[in-house]
Design a protein around this ligand. Structure first.
Ligand code: MG
Length: 326
């Protein structure tokens, strides 16, 4: 992963994985030996179970949203932005693993990509929770002695994929007094590096950066995890875990700020953020070449607004969020 150690938009990639395996996407089973076939079917079953969860989740989403509608205001004071796949197109975790494990496999892909895929597969099969995946993914970074200094190489990979129209819209929001929060399951430490870069190059600064905190040794090498931003509030192997919503609330509270969910808006790229999206007005950005998971998100209409990542993105975001203020 990127300088992050975390597998942020796991959610989406999981569905990506699922859909590769689902019957209606691969209309017929490829010819394969009997044992493999049994394994294949088992994995399809696991995928179907996960998909069932997603559909249930999307129903809950729609019911909750309907109830929410009457409280909705168009006056937002806080804008929460997802990182991987939203603020930039790539995934920091994938970039970090590819950088640390560059050896090419038979298809010419970096070994790091295979590592990333294997972790995602384990989530899809139910072997790993998101939190376990974050811990295990981080071990791959530690094994290669990844350090704080390596964040700049990840930033170099990520930079060309930063969504400039989104950056432009966020600058307008900040100028009209909105608080901006960058919230990711990926590394907060990388998020901070990215935020400094955004300030320097685009004059855009997030007020809060929320994400999984890495632990570093005295030489600056990653040595573990301080805390995780995951799926719920609990403890995993002695590491405190907070949901994105709780983590945002806690970060804001530390500087005396208060998150009013009725005045907050989420900008994301996929239902990976569905739990947050149930509570907040949500804008889904639909990329030019979406992953399957991203496609699922907009087909299920898991958002209040679905915007294409095109030349009008900045104008559209500004008209939703700033509305009559402009
Ligand atoms: Mg994302």
């Amino acid at each position: 992963m990127s300088g992050t150690g975390l597998f942020s938009h796991l959610g989406l990639t999981v569905v990506h994985f699922l859909f590769d395996k689902l019957p209606f996407f691969s209309m017929r089973l490829p010819k394969m030996p009997r044992i493999l076939k049994a394994k294949f079917i088992r994995s399809k079953l696991a995928s179907a179970r996960l998909l069932g969860g997603l559909v249930r989740n999307s129903l809950t989403f729609k019911i909750k949203r309907r109830a929410l509608r009457r409280f909705r205001t168009r006056e937002f004071d806080t804008v929460i932005v997802d990182m991987d796949g939203t603020l930039f197109s790539t995934d920091a975790n994938l970039e970090a693993l590819s950088m640390l494990y560059p050896e090419a496999n038979a298809e010419g892909r970096a070994a790091g990509e295979d590592l990333y895929d294997s972790i995602i597969s384990k989530i899809a099969s139910g072997e790993y929770t998101i939190e376990r995946a974050i811990v295990e993914g981080n071990k791959f970074l530690i094994a290669k002695k990844m350090s704080r200094q390596d964040f700049s190489s990840i930033l170099a990979k990520v930079e060309p994929t930063i969504k400039k129209k989104l950056v432009g819209a966020l600058k307008s929001m900040k100028a009209s007094g909105k608080k901006l929060v960058l919230a990711t399951l990926s590394s907060k430490d990388f998020g901070d590096v990215l935020n400094s870069h955004l300030k320097e190059k685009y004059s855009l600064g997030f007020d809060f950066v929320v994400g999984t905190k890495l632990r570093f040794d005295q030489g600056g090498l990653i040595s573990g995890l301080e805390s995780i931003v995951g799926t719920k509030d609990f403890e995993f192997e002695g590491i405190p875990v907070r949901s994105k919503l709780t983590a945002i609330r806690e970060a804001m509270a530390q500087s005396g700020a208060w998150l009013d969910i009725n005045k907050s808006l989420l900008i994301t790229d996929s239902y990976g953020d569905i739990d947050l999206a149930k509570t907040l007005v949500t804008v889904l950005i639909r990329p030019k070449s979406p992953s399957v998971a991203q496609k699922v998100s907009y087909r299920l209409k898991l958002a209040d607004y679905i915007l294409k990542d095109d030349k009008d993105l900045q104008t559209n975001l500004e008209s939703i969020i700033l509305g009559s203020e402009k």
